[in-house]
Write a protein that binds this ligand. Structure first.
Ligand code: MLT
Ligand code: ZN
Length: 473
């Protein structure tokens, strides 16, 4: 059934029916209890679309297991009945990977929200897939430690979702992405087999590291039900600076020099004049400086000793313009808002096409300067917004003023990335939105190897069958 009204509402159309056999539905109810199988329209709605409003699907049922046993039972029912399912955490994904775009059952993991006490000796914690990222940050902080993964959707995003997508965020520069924090996982594979490796052994060369494989597999191989996470030092001194530059190339060069000069560097985030103006307008914020600049880098440093002087000295060696420095928590957050609120501000213009790409640092400035022109030349009325994690070479390219299903803009941006030897997904994943473009970043042999893994671990093809791997290739 095609949702004929979808274009009017500014969302992608649903392309498949959302049906399930009555006997399968009854077995799902047996598995998790009637209160945790949602079938009424108003109960399902929030699980059927992403928060940006671009991806809207339809599901016959949202199933909410309480623990790993129930996840396994749901998987068993779906396998026997050939019912596809989409694992879903906080539904903060940006590539349509956690939304039932083809009528799948939604397997929502939020009830698996246990957070065990922090193991201070090992500097690790074991948490359920449904625990939010901010709840892990909070228990880590209470134990005098820190959970390194951090991004604006921290309060809603779940650990299971971040493991499934290998989420990155603001502090990859210093601590790596989610995969670097995952010491082990518990999961139910598509085959029904279970994986449970939560001892947190730092060294464990006993064959394939299944946790690393599941991390970033986007719910196509197994359902992560818990993770053992590494925690890092909570440095007592922290400083944030917002540094303005006359152009992007100078900003990129400055960040490269800070990376060499400062072992306290934790984040280096880029945004541009247009994005800053939009954020200020959308949320009534005063601009940080009297003058306007082409590019801004928000930089954070943290250490056992106050890193402020070191950061100021490093900034002084670069061709920087205006600089604002904040050491207390509330001023630091105020500076972070100019960067973190980009996502929400852009969404006020309507659901954007969101691209999350990496390009080699040597060509990043040229890419940022060139892409808006290429987009505007191809789709009139399109407006491009660029921001991101400049220290990682990771740029978020958001395009507004384009119909949700107009893929010309996808082709322009992703082809430009591929020409430069970049990746079409740095940290958001492939989902359903970018599956048809996977060949731009992965060879035929690599895609064949991924398919072989998929067949082995999900032999009935029930797990997120429309995400990641392109259909029919
Ligand atoms: C960010 O860095 O702000 C997130 O990846 C979200 C986004 O790209 O909109
Ligand atoms: Zn990001």
């Amino acid at each position: 059934m095609v949702d004929a009204g979808a274009h009017d509402r500014g969302v992608l159309p649903v392309t498949a029916p959302a049906r399930i056999e009555a006997s399968a539905l009854a077995e799902l109810v047996d598995a998790v209890g009637p209160r945790n199988v949602l079938t009424a329209d108003h109960d399902r709605a929030a699980y059927e679309r992403d928060w940006t409003g671009r991806f809207k699907g339809r599901t016959p049922a949202v199933v909410r297991p309480a623990d790993t046993e129930e996840v396994a039972a749901v998987m068993e029912v779906c396998r026997r009945h050939g019912a596809a399912l989409v694992p879903q955490g906080g539904n903060t994904g940006l590539v349509g990977g956690g939304v039932p775009m083809a009528g799948e059952v939604v397997l929502n993991l939020r009830r698996l929200a246990t957070v065990e006490p922090v193991d201070v000796v090992a500097r690790q914690v074991t948490v359920g897939a449904g625990a939010s990222v901010s709840s892990v940050q909070a228990v880590a902080a209470a134990a005098g430690l820190r959970y390194a993964v951090d991004f604006a959707a921290r309060d809603s995003a779940t650990v299971g979702g971040t493991v499934a997508t290998n989420a990155g965020g603001m502090r990859v520069l210093r601590h790596g992405g989610t995969r670097e924090q995952v010491m082990g996982v518990e999961a139910v594979l598509g085959s029904g087999q279970r994986v449970r490796r939560l001892q947190g052994l730092v060294k464990d060369n006993t064959g394939y590291h299944l946790g690393s494989l599941l991390c970033g597999s986007e719910g196509t191989l197994g359902v992560v039900t818990a993770a053992r996470l590494r925690l890092v030092t909570a440095h007592p001194h922290r400083v944030v600076a917002l540094v303005a530059f006359a152009d992007v190339a100078t900003a990129v060069e400055a960040v490269a020099s800070w990376r060499s000069a400062l072992d306290t560097l934790e984040a280096a985030e880029l945004f541009l004049d247009g994005g800053l103006a939009l954020v200020c307008d959308a949320f009534g914020l005063a601009p940080p400086f009297v003058d306007r600049w082409a590019a801004y880098v928000l930089v954070e440093a943290a250490g056992h000793h106050d890193p402020t002087d070191g950061l100021a000295a490093a900034v002084a060696t670069t061709d920087a313009g205006d600089v604002a420095v904040a050491t207390d928590a509330s001023r630091r957050s105020a500076l972070w808002r100019y960067r973190e609120d980009h996502t929400l501000a852009i969404n006020t213009l309507g659901p954007p096409h969101k691209f999350d790409v990496t390009v080699p640092l040597g060509v990043l400035a040229a890419f940022v300067d060139e892409v808006p022109h290429r987009v505007a030349a191809r789709v009139s009325g399109a407006r491009t917004w660029l921001f991101g994690h400049v220290g990682d070479g990771n740029v978020h390219v958001n395009v507004t003023g384009v119909a949700p299903d107009d893929e010309r803009v996808d082709e322009v941006v992703l082809t430009a990335v591929a020409e430069l030897g970049g990746s079409i997904s740095a940290e958001h994943g492939i989902g359903t939105a970018k599956a048809r473009w996977l060949h731009l970043s992965r060879s035929d042999d690599e895609i064949a190897a991924m398919r072989a893994l998929k067949r082995a671990l999900d032999p009935d093809g029930v797990l997120n069958p429309n995400a990641l791997l392109p259909r029919g290739t």
